[in-house]
Design a protein around this ligand. Structure first.
Ligand code: DQA
Length: 144
């Protein structure tokens, strides 16, 4: 079985983007850690990153073909995108929402997520380790 890992806008800049908030690890590091963690549970990973809302929605739809669960860091679309929420709800598979930073300790506009209401779990403020925790949770849900 396979997990779809989706990273949204500006996460291609990880490692150089506001490292005091998001840390030093790159997107490639994140994709490698998720692939490694999933491998421990016999799960494969397909990783996508896009800065475009529609491309993220298309990637979520395509998960229906060959994936069993989704890890998503929707970036700023977390706080704006009903369309991405509807896509995730529409594919009817376990969803783990990850935010590297503690969005609740930041600006007010980051406190609300359109995604959390349809996510199976939400991991916030654990740095990139949050992706590893998401793999563990999804492996548990898929095994159950
Ligand atoms: C983020 C938090 C969002 O508010 C922000 O727009 C991001 C990254 C995080 O991982 O902490 O792009 O999702």
């Amino acid at each position: 079985r396979r997990i779809l890992l989706v990273n949204g806008p500006n996460l291609n800049l990880l490692g150089t983007r506001e490292p005091e908030i998001y840390g030093e690890e790159t997107l490639a590091d994140v994709e490698a850690l998720v692939t490694r963690a999933a491998g421990d549970f016999g799960l494969e990973v397909r990783a996508v990153q896009s800065n475009h809302e529609g491309a993220l929605i298309d990637a979520v739809h395509e998960a229906r073909e060959d994936c069993s669960a989704i890890i998503i860091n929707p970036g700023a679309f977390t706080h704006t995108s009903i369309a991405l929420r509807d896509a995730l709800a529409g594919v009817a598979m376990p969803v783990a929402e990850v935010h590297i930073s503690n969005v609740h300790a930041r600006e007010e506009f980051r406190h609300h997520s359109y995604i959390s209401g349809i996510a199976n779990c939400v991991i916030v403020g654990c740095g990139v380790q949050g992706y590893d925790l998401a793999v563990r949770r999804l492996a548990h849900l898929l095994a159950g």
